[in-house]
Ligand binder design. Structure first.
Ligand code: C5P
Length: 435
């Protein structure tokens, strides 16, 4: 096997950049070290999405994992082994036929001496080789030789993903016990075509790896928790609706974090474009009234975490037919009527869960409005955030929240929504065990 060393000035520069990045991160906030002590073999195959694998290496390392990269020959055309090696701070393996490295590590040891193998991006070609047991380069040989779990993050043109041979290979790989993350729906980097084929984001892949390797404590085992997430869509007519900018990222991350602590999570999700987390049950709804019905059906529960950005109003008497534009008559007037308040209903319900948590998206007087909401909604905690457009919180990946309780307010610093989720899940566990 051929290792790519890093002795040049350029390598030093890359190392220094990586160190600077690590230093900057250390100044911010400690991330959950959920992959501490785990050794991950990262196979990078030939796709434009390989540029995201550089970030994936950092995401895995900041969670405590050691990342050993293997690159196919094609992958080296998209990102350099130098960049991959500098970010992983380990040798990069690219070639099966190097006597020196084969003696040093050996492809069999490489295949076994890890806790998990991630393939990101996984091309249609590499999956086809895997599904058929071909082993003609280092990556495919390692995959045939391994007895470790394998997580596959495919990335390809939507037509290649939908092609019958690919579907057959994916079905075979699933039957062989391999795990998949994605592909996701979205625009392709190289062709601009939209569809299913975009590689999952590095954070999603890191989360899937955490889920696969999770052997942590389960303080919420046996607890049923309802989580709402995403926006609601309130129809105007069959083709138009009123909505908001909620992505569902925060609510889904919370559902996921609670499930990782062992809870039986029922996620009631409005329309979102992100994948369902691995939880006991996901109910997909469109409208606020549907969301309320789905939530009430799930009572009794031990806790409810209401993260959804439920539309306050819906259109009264939505039209069953598309409202036509009438030349010269101006827009059709919309009459709005109030939606049910799901949090308030649950907070005052005869079967009220022991712990009820609401969110407050505010653009002004965050604390004052949060406190008022705590009382009005009958919640135990309100997670308040400032969603003014300049914060980028709504629809973004980071969040900065205040935890408002009857006995005081705690400020959490700016952090990834996944980290907010983990901290909140830990708080739920603490509160439920104290009761
Ligand atoms: O009153 P406001 O919409 O700001 O309240 C926010 C909180 O209430 C969030 O937890 C949200 O999920 C919940 N909510 C709800 N049903 C509504 C409106 C808000 O559950 N109709």
């Amino acid at each position: 096997m051929k290792k790519n060393g890093s002795t040049s000035n350029c390598a030093e520069a890359m190392k220094s950049l990586a160190l600077q990045a690590d230093f900057a991160k250390s100044q911010r906030i400690a991330l959950p070290m959920s992959l501490v002590g785990k050794r991950i073999l990262l196979i990078i195959s030939a796709g434009i999405a390989a540029y995201k694998s550089l970030d994936l290496i950092r995401r895995l390392r900041e969670r405590g994992a050691k990342v050993v990269p293997v690159m196919t020959a094609g992958a080296c055309e998209f990102v350099t082994p130098l960049a991959v090696g500098a970010l992983s701070a380990t040798p990069v393996y690219t070639n099966l036929f190097s006597r020196e490295d084969e003696q040093d590590v050996g492809h069999i040891r490489l295949a076994r001496d890890c806790d998990l193998i991630i393939i990101a991006p996984a091309t249609a070609d590499l999956m086809a080789k895997m599904a058929n047991g071909l082993a003609d380069d280092l990556a495919s040989t390692v995959l045939l030789a391994t007895d470790r779990p394998v997580l596959i993050a495919p990335a390809m043109n939507p037509k290649m993903w939908a092609a019958k041979p690919t579907s057959r290979n994916v079905a075979q790989l699933r039957a062989d016990g391999h795990a998949f993350i994605g592909p996701m729906r979205g625009e392709m980097a190289e062709s601009g075509e939209a569809g299913l084929g975009r590689m999952a984001e590095p954070l999603e892949i890191a989360a899937a790896a955490e889920a696969l390797l999770d052997d942590g404590p389960k303080p919420l085992a046996g607890k049923k928790i309802i989580v709402t997430s995403g926006p609601t869509h309130e129809p105007i007519d069959p083709v138009r609706y009123i909505a908001n900018r909620s992505s569902g990222r925060q609510g889904h991350a919370i559902a996921d974090a609670l499930a990782r602590l062992g809870a039986d999570v029922v996620l009631v999700s409005g329309p979102v474009t992100i994948p369902d987390p691995k939880v006991a049950k996901v109910v997909h709804v469109e409208r606020a009234e549907e969301m309320r019905d789905a939530v009430l059906t799930e009572l009794p529960a031990d806790a409810a975490v209401m993260v959804a950005a439920v539309a306050d109003w819906r259109v009264e008497g939505a039209s069953p037919e598309k409202i036509k534009k009438q030349e010269g008559e101006g827009p059709a007037p919309l009459r709005l009527t109030e939606n049910p308040d799901i949090l308030k209903t649950v907070g005052h319900h005869a079967q009220r869960p022991k712990l009820v948590i609401g969110f407050a998206a505010e653009t002004q007087d965050v604390e004052k409005n949060g406190k008022a909401k705590l009382a009005r909604k009958g919640a135990d905690l309100i997670v308040a955030n400032d969603v003014s457009p300049e914060t980028g919180i709504m629809g973004g990946t980071r969040n900065r929240v205040k935890i408002i309780a009857k006995d005081g307010i705690t400020d959490w610093p700016d952090m990834e929504k996944e980290v907010v989720a983990e901290k909140l899940a830990a708080l739920v566990a603490e509160r439920l065990s104290a009761q």
